[in-house]
Design a protein around this ligand. Sequence first.
Ligand SMILES: NC(=O)c1ccc[n+]([C@@H]2O[C@H](COP(=O)([O-])OP(=O)(O)OC[C@H]3O[C@@H](n4cnc5c(N)ncnc54)[C@H](OP(=O)(O)O)[C@@H]3O)[C@@H](O)[C@H]2O)c1
Length: 281
Amino acid sequence: MKNIRFNQQQTSAIGIGTWHIGEGTPNESQHQMDAIRYGLDHGINLIDTAEMYGEGLSETLVGKVIKDYPREKFQLVSKFYPYHATEKLIETSLKKSLQRLQTDYLDLYLLHWRGDTPLIETVTGLEKMVQAGLIKNWGVSNFDLNDLKELSQLKNGTNCRVNEDLYNIGSRGIEYDILPWQKQHQMSFIGYSPFGSDGGAYLNIKPILKEMAQAKHITVHQLLLAWVIRNHDLLSIPKTSSVEHMKSNLEAVDVSFTADELELLDQNYPKPNQATSLETI
Ligand SMILES: NC(=O)c1ccc[n+]([C@@H]2O[C@H](COP(=O)([O-])OP(=O)(O)OC[C@H]3O[C@@H](n4cnc5c(N)ncnc54)[C@H](OP(=O)(O)O)[C@@H]3O)[C@@H](O)[C@H]2O)c1
């Protein structure tokens, strides 16, 4: 498994997304657990979840899997609702997440998106959780450049380790300003929904993707994932419910592109040439 530098440590080139995991039948949950196990057994060492996902069902399923693995072997990321972003509620939410996940700490705890609570109060609450040893570090999600700049001006705001935003071949806005800013400030980037989310609703699959995938003897999903991680400078967190797809996603890590292929993809899915509003799901 290729590694990247993420959250100041060696991390697998892809992580495991878990939105909608654990919400189905016991049989579906079993397949999802098998898929996560397959990923962990084959070199993936980061799982992304959230209290929002199935209102705790995703964390509960992840907890059942990870209890069989040495905790220090992987990074665990979870997120709290913006309306739990006060000092008091962060602690309550975190303790519930830890219980569902059957662990005593998170590697990263993220504000899922920005709400009405003043950022300074959220940062203070998160720093307290670091001091208490319940989280190693913290970050944010769905922040645009202005949010990141505002955060960085606050006391302890530069302790923010990661920002997690939408990133796939059809949603490239972050390449213009957010990604360069985060690199400059040594803040890691997590790109979510590499395939345009469940059912691909957030990505227009143009014929070129099918043609190129066929020529490279890979699937369109492998092409999409390999493209997101092509520069080895950010983490992508595909979600899958099947071992077969997990296997395919692991193989995609080794797919590379020629300069001509990248140019052709740029022609069809242009790079941003100006700042755009942050796209979210
Ligand atoms: N911070 C945020 O606000 C935010 C927002 C959205 C997502 N996220 C995170 O990012 C993760 C990924 O995003 P996502 O869940 O929205 O969607 P995604 O990973 O872009 O796409 C998931 C879809 O792709 C399918 N799939 C996965 N691997 C495949 C393969 N090799 N071949 C064919 N189909 C494949 C899955 O079906 P199967 O399950 O059948 O394989 C599922 O329908 C989430 O799970 C979550 O952890 C964060």
